[in-house]
Unconditional design. Structure first.
Length: 171
């Protein structure tokens, strides 16, 4: 029996549970990361143009700019990941016998994290972040930040009953 939690949808098929949780949109963070991505792209184009125009000017300067581009690409990956995190309008959890997948889709792109279900702790409510969470080894994974505490606790109970029935029965 699936619980009736406002704005949260459940689907169960072939031994797999799909939970869709809405995400509260934070405009100022989305705007900040969008501005950062625009600046990142403009700087990338400017440095590439400078490199291609003055390629023969100085070997040392070209080497420094290439090293800078490597760091700049790493920063761009981080920035685009944060942008995708804040651009998503929902979180989707896929849970089966082998893995737990946490996805924040942005069109066909988006962030996807996969966790081995055998190393996932039972779900709990994080008082510090006011949201559901689970531990994966030494990492705390938070999701469903837009849920009210009552909704989060109901979701946690259902997911623990579905994923960890032996632990729920002991309590």
């Amino acid at each position: 029996m699936m619980p009736d939690i406002k704005d949260v949808t459940f689907e169960e098929s072939n031994g797999r549970l799909k939970v869709v949780i809405p995400v509260r949109f934070t405009w100022w963070l989305f705007g900040l990361y969008t501005f950062g991505l625009i600046v990142w792209l403009a700087m990338l184009v400017a440095v590439l143009i400078y490199l291609l125009r003055g390629l023969s000017s100085s070997f040392v300067l070209t080497l420094i700019l290439i090293l800078w581009l490597i760091v700049w690409f790493w920063f761009g990956r981080f920035l685009s990941g944060r942008w995708q995190f804040h651009a998503a309008n929902r979180e989707i959890l896929f849970i089966d016998d082998e893995q737990l997948i946490l996805r924040r889709p942005v069109s066909i792109f988006g962030l996807t994290d996969s966790y081995d279900i055998h190393h996932v702790s039972p779900f709990y409510f994080s008082q510090r972040h006011s949201c559901p969470a689970f531990d994966y080894a030494f990492t705390h994974v938070y999701f469903g930040q837009s849920l009210a505490q009552e909704q989060a606790l109901e979701l946690i109970d259902h997911m623990n009953q579905w994923c960890f029935p032996e632990i729920v029965q002991e309590e």
